[in-house]
Structure formats: C-alpha cells, structure tokens
Design a protein around this ligand. Structure first.
Ligand code: ATP
Ligand code: MG
Length: 581
C-alpha cells in the first residue's frame, strides 16, 4: 500500500471511529447543523422537508443508499417529511423497470414516503408556464444555434463566451417560437430555449444555459404529449419549489450549479428551498456510475442489475446484505464536503457485525471429503446438540445427526502437513464440532489419479460433545456433516468485481472493463449441508461455521438449493484498524 492510501484509510478509519463513538447513529455533520440552525431561526416555519430524487435510468447503488439514508434519515430525526420523487425529464434513457426497482429498493432500505411519491413529469405543464413567464420577463429566449455552435459560443474557463445572434429576439417572437417548439413544428435539436443570464460569467453554468430541447421520444408516463423536455438545471429547482422542499440535498458536482438554481427561482419569484451539497460516496474495487453499471449489464459481464457482485442495492440484497448493515454503514461514513474513497472492507465490516448478531449457525461442507469412522456402528444415528447462535442464547439449540460416514472440508486434511497446519492429518486427532474426537488412521486414493477420495478414522466414544474426560487436548475443531442425511446444494462464492482498487485506472485505450476480476465468481456444485437446511427459503441467511455468511438465492428451490456467499468471516477492516492505529 502506498503512503496516500494508508493516510486515506486512516482518515476514513478515524472518521468511522469517531462517528460510532460520539453518538451511535447520530454523527454531528454539517447538514445536520444547518438544519438545527434553521430550526432555531424558524426558517421555513420550523419545517424540515427533504426529497430523494433519482432519475429512473438505472438501478440504485450503494452511493444512492447514502443519499436515501441522509434524506429520509434527517426527515425522521427532525420530525419532517421526505418525498420520493422521480426526476423523469429525459425519456430517452428512462424505463418503468427502473422505477419499480427504485421503489422496491428504497422501501427495502426501510423508508416510507406515505403518499408522497412524485414525478417531475407531472409538473411539465407548470414548468412550461414558468418558462413562458421568464420569456415575458425578457429572461429567456429561443436560440437557433446547433449544439456544436452553442458549445463554441460558450467560451472556456479562461475565455468569456459570445452572445448568441438570437439573444436579442423580441419577447413576442420568443413566445411564438417557443409555442411552436412545443407543438412539434421543428425537428429535434433545431432550436432550444435558453435563459438569458450572462455569457461572460466566470461560472459557465450561468452562460445562458439551455432550459428546453426538442426531442421526440415517448415518455414512460406522458407518452407523446411532449416533444420538448426540460433540462436538469431548469427542472430540478422547480420540482423542489413546487413540493416546498426546505433542504435540497445533492452531491458536490452541483455546487457550481447552485447560483443557477437560485437564479431561476428568484427570477420567477417563487418559493426557494436551499440547495446543500455533500461528497458522494466512492468505494474501492467497484464502479458506481449508472452508465458503467448499465454497460456491465448490457455486455453480459454480470448476470444482471442484481448480480450479487454489483454494488446495486438489489445486488447487495441478493448477496445477503441486510438493510440494517447498509444503514449502519451510511451512518458511519458520515457526511462531508470533501470527496474521499471508502474502503469496501468497512461495508463488509458493518455487514459482519449485523449478521453475527442475527445469523443461525449451521454446518456446511463446501468441498466434501468422505470420512468413514470405522469403529462407529453402521446404521446408527445420534442426534447431537448444537448451539444456534452463541451471541444470542434466545435462538436456542438444534439437533445435528452423527453417523459412521461423514463429510469434512477437503482443505481441513493434509497428508503431509507443514508445521503450522493443526487440522487433520494421518495419525492426528481433531475435534468434530459438537461431536467427538476422531483420529485419522488411513487414506484411500484413486488408483489412477492419486487423488484422496476417502479417509478412514476412529472416534473416541468418551469425547461426545467435544471434550475428553482425560483432559487430552486437540488443536483443531472441524465442521462436518453426516453423509447419508446431508442436503446437497450449490454455492456461489464471490470476490471483488474488479481487481484494481480504482477500476478506472487503466492502460491507455482500455476502459474500466479491462480491470474486471476474472475470478470474481466461483461456483461449487457438490456442497453438502446439515439437514436442518433442507427447507431454507430464498433470502434466508446463515453462518456456515468457519466459512462465512451465506444467503439462499431467489433461483433456489426445494431440492435444488443455491446459496450465495455474502461475506467471509475474515474481517479485513479490523486488521486495517490494527495496522493504522
Ligand atoms: P450516477 O452518477 O450513478 O449516474 P446520478 O447522480 O446520476 O448517479 P441520480 O438518479 O440523479 O443519479 O441520483 C439520485 C440522488 O442520489 C441524487 O441526489 C444524487 O446526488 C445521489 N447520489 C448519486 N450517486 C451518489 C453517490 N455515489 N453518493 C451519494 N449520493 C449519490
Ligand atoms: Mg443525476
């Protein structure tokens, strides 16, 4: 790891530490302070009204979760309201499927908007009226420059722009042309409606920004009623104003757009919310732009938006994430004004903390190796007592069958073990969890391939429950399942989707897909589970002892169980903390 990286981890680490120490779930951050101040001065008559305004052009990802938790969370905290609003102003990229998935995801995260589900498209008529108002005030004009010309006239950060030759059109001509834009007289892209602000403004967003463009695209809600569509900058403030939002929280890249947000609302003389920007969430080893996620889906690099390797809410859900873990993560990362990259290990740490508390422990063998206990009576089955969750005695006990043929994990045995390998080996004794001590007496191999196919062992009947009356110690405890009672299953193991911390850091000429991790998915097809898992249902979560947390996949069915590994037990975040503190 390079120095910067360590510094950055330290910082995130400390922030995470501080946030959990100060007040769990109630980190003091600048947006909370702004709201507290506004409440003190009775700005907005003591109201707090936020909104989460996704554009329905893709599925929500963990970055959106940060915004969801922030907006809905602040409303809950201050007894206010939060709207769910679809910012559906660009029909060429939007779809019903995305709307449905977003609704499901926000609800799953644990938030409710009551009857306040809004669509920007419901305000199209009102927005049009407002545009007419600006034209009448001499503050907007119809421009015939092409997209390229507009860019050219716009100038640069160092050079001022040039006025459009159409800037001085009369109000009447503008009103006439704008109406004809609406009625469909002109082809796509021929004309635009622009705000008349200042082509020499140091802020490029104020150089006569476009308010409407002509675009023939069927809208998922308004159909073909419109062939002009508002731009984000024009529409967004109006949406907030119409809904009487108090604090319009958005990500940092809109900071330079704030003067425009304010300008539109001031010129119209309508209710004006306050726009507040915060740093978007970035995570290492993944990408978070919807455009890139869409590319992964379209090119079949992943199985879909809800592929468990995706950083989407639906992917995380399928993988076995809980809403509680995601909300905890969003609390811990805090809200700042400066961009940073959060380590994905922190997200996994939050997940483990939650799953540790709630998961039923079970035994499952992913890569089975057959073990025959030679001195255990054939056909005999004993029901051994197993603890469901050592973290929570209320979760009780269950029975696990023991018999003379078992499976253990292949890598829990080594024929010729190196020094620090304490698990099973020829002549060595280990403990079977909840069971007995067993000792390996012989190894059977496939004659042709030399592969180990079976171990012969003996058990000590005095060690039932896992303890020896003579105080004899063993160095390892293995998980296992009884062969004839085991339930077969498939298991998918996942690791990071990208092998680079920053997937965009590539060789020239290659895009982020060149950094996809070719080993991000491993499928195991002959796993064996303890019988209590026979009736596991999609979405059920378990800890497979010693292996990690696993969740039943929706494609699973009775008799054809499929599990996803949610996360391993190894907490790399805790290790990072030890290294950096
Ligand atoms: P993307 O860049 O992934 O396409 P977007 O900003 O275009 O995202 P929107 O649908 O406009 O997606 O986002 C809805 C809300 O979520 C916005 O308020 C946006 O600021 C916020 N948001 C999007 N990405 C993040 C992120 N990574 N961290 C925090 N908030 C985010
Ligand atoms: Mg956006």
């Amino acid at each position: 790891m390079n120095e910067n990286r360590i510094e950055e981890l330290k910082r995130t680490n400390n922030e995470a530490e501080n946030s959990s120490k100060t007040q769990p779930g109630k980190v003091v951050h600048f947006i909370r302070e702004i709201i507290q101040d506004d409440l003190k001065t009775n700005k907005y008559e003591g109201r707090v009204h936020t909104r989460f305004p996704p554009e329905p052009n893709g599925y929500l990802h963990i970055g959106h979760a940060k915004s969801v938790c922030l907006n809905f969370g602040l409303a809950i905290e201050f007894g206010g309201l939060c709207n769910l609003r679809f910012d559906d102003t660009n029909p060429s990229k939007e779809e019903i499927e995305y709307i449905e998935s977003i609704i499901e995801d926000v609800r799953w995260l644990g938030f409710s908007w009551d009857e306040r589900l809004f669509y920007a498209s419901d305000y199209f008529e009102q927005m049009y009226e407002y545009a007419v108002q600006l034209i009448k005030k001499g503050k907007a004009y119809v421009c015939d420059l092409s997209a390229d010309e507009i860019r050219e006239y716009r100038g640069t950060l160092t050079a001022p722009g040039k006025d459009s030759p159409y800037r001085s059109r009369s109000i009447d001509e503008n009103l006439n042309l704008f109406e004809r834009m609406r009625t469909g007289e002109f082809p796509d892209g021929l004309r635009t409606l622009r705000a008349k602000i200042d082509m020499a403004s140091p802020n490029l967003n104020l150089r006569d920004p476009i308010m409407y463009r002509i675009l023939r695209a069927t809208h998922h809600r308004t159909g073909d009623a419109w062939c002009i569509y508002p731009t984000y900058d024009w529409a967004h403030g109006l949406e907030d104003s119409i809904e009487r939002i108090t604090h319009s929280i958005c990500t940092l890249e809109f900071e330079d757009h704030r003067p425009l947000y304010d300008w539109f609302l001031e010129e119209l003389g309508v209710y004006r919310p306050q726009q507040i920007e915060f740093a978007r969430l970035n995570l290492n080893y993944t990408v978070m732009s919807k455009r890139k996620l869409l590319k992964l889906v379209k090119e079949g690099r992943v199985a879909g938006w809800d592929d468990p390797r995706m950083p989407t809410i639906s992917g995380l859900r399928r993988r076995g994430y809980t809403p509680e873990a995601i909300r905890d993560f969003c609390d811990r990362i805090g809200v700042a004004k400066a961009n940073s990259i959060v380590d994905i290990a922190l997200l996994e740490h939050c997940l483990r903390e939650d799953l540790n508390k709630r998961s039923l422990r079970v035994m499952a063998v992913l890569r089975p190796l057959r073990v025959v206990i030679e001195n255990y009576p054939e056909g005999q089955v004993e029901e051994l007592d197993a603890v469901n969750n050592p973290e929570d005695p209320d979760m009780g006990m269950r029975k696990v069958p023991f018999s003379n043929v078992l499976y253990i994990e292949r890598d829990d045995f080594m024929e010729d073990p190196p020094k620090k390998f304490y698990r099973l080996a020829p002549g060595r004794e280990v403990r079977l969890r909840y069971g007995y001590y067993i000792k390996c007496t012989d190894v059977k191999k496939d004659e042709k391939t030399g592969e180990i196919i079976e171990l012969r062992c003996t058990y000590d009947p005095e060690t039932r429950g896992g303890w020896s009356p003579d105080g004899r110690q063993v160095k390892a405890t293995l998980h296992w399942v009884s062969a004839d009672r085991a339930v077969p299953a498939k298991v998918k193991l996942y690791s990071n989707l990208f092998h680079k911390e920053n997937p965009d850091d590539g060789t020239e000429g290659e895009d982020f897909t060149a950094n996809l991790n070719p080993n991000s998915l491993e499928e195991l097809t002959s796993c064996q589970l303890e019988p209590s898992l026979a009736n596991a249902k999609p979405g059920d979560r378990f800890q497979f002892e010693r292996l990690g947390y696993f969740c039943v996949d929706p494609d699973s069915s009775e008799g054809r169980l499929l599990f996803n590994r949610t996360v391993t037990l190894r907490d790399t975040w805790a290790k990072i903390q030890q290294r950096t503190i």
